[in-house]
Design a protein around this ligand. Structure first.
Ligand code: HEC
Length: 135
């Protein structure tokens, strides 16, 4: 089930971009974690839980629409940076979860799509009622 606040409901992304991001990021950065990749590595279960918790605290694609505009901007930059530097998905995860690995082309495809997002529109909030014309 995709929550109504999911990242990809806010943006019109190509199917392939969605697929790559869900595949490589959603296990740790969404409320739809599939606990399959560590099924046979139970002793490190605590590590997995901790990693997912930390991952979700820094970025949770499932609650994207609940983030403030400034927070969305920071996260988009961080996502771009982590993709460019291959920091994400973490290597110690893809080692055991090969299907979550991203090729350089796939990384580039996501980065290129992110660069098309209209960032100013993210910080122009509907609830911003300041009347700048006042003084
Ligand atoms: C195995 C779990 C895991 C996966 C899969 C994963 N991440 Fe992360 N991510 C984390 C953890 C843990 C943190 C927080 C700690 C840290 O910074 O290392 C984090 C932090 C982040 C942050 C916050 C800024 C930062 O660098 O600390 C961003 C942005 C991010 N991840 C993006 C992504 C993207 C994009 C993907 C998919 C391409 C992804 N992550 C896949 C675990 C994961």
């Amino acid at each position: 089930m995709t929550p109504s606040t999911d990242f990809f409901l806010s943006f019109d992304a190509p199917e392939s971009v969605k697929k790559h991001v869900v595949n490589a990021c959603y296990d740790c950065h969404s409320n739809t974690t599939k606990y399959t990749w560590f099924d046979n590595v139970m002793p490190i279960g605590w590590w997995v839980d901790n990693t997912i918790l930390k991952g979700k605290t820094s970025l949770n694609f499932s609650v994207w629409e609940q983030y403030e505009g400034w927070h969305k901007l920071n996260l988009l930059s961080a996502i771009e940076f982590d993709l460019k530097t291959s920091k994400m998905p973490p290597k110690n995860y893809t080692e055991y979860h090969k299907s979550a690995e991203l090729s350089n082309d796939q990384r580039q495809e996501i980065i290129d799509w992110i660069s098309t997002i209209d960032r100013p529109s993210l910080v122009i909030s509907k609830t911003n009622n300041y009347n700048y014309a006042q003084d």
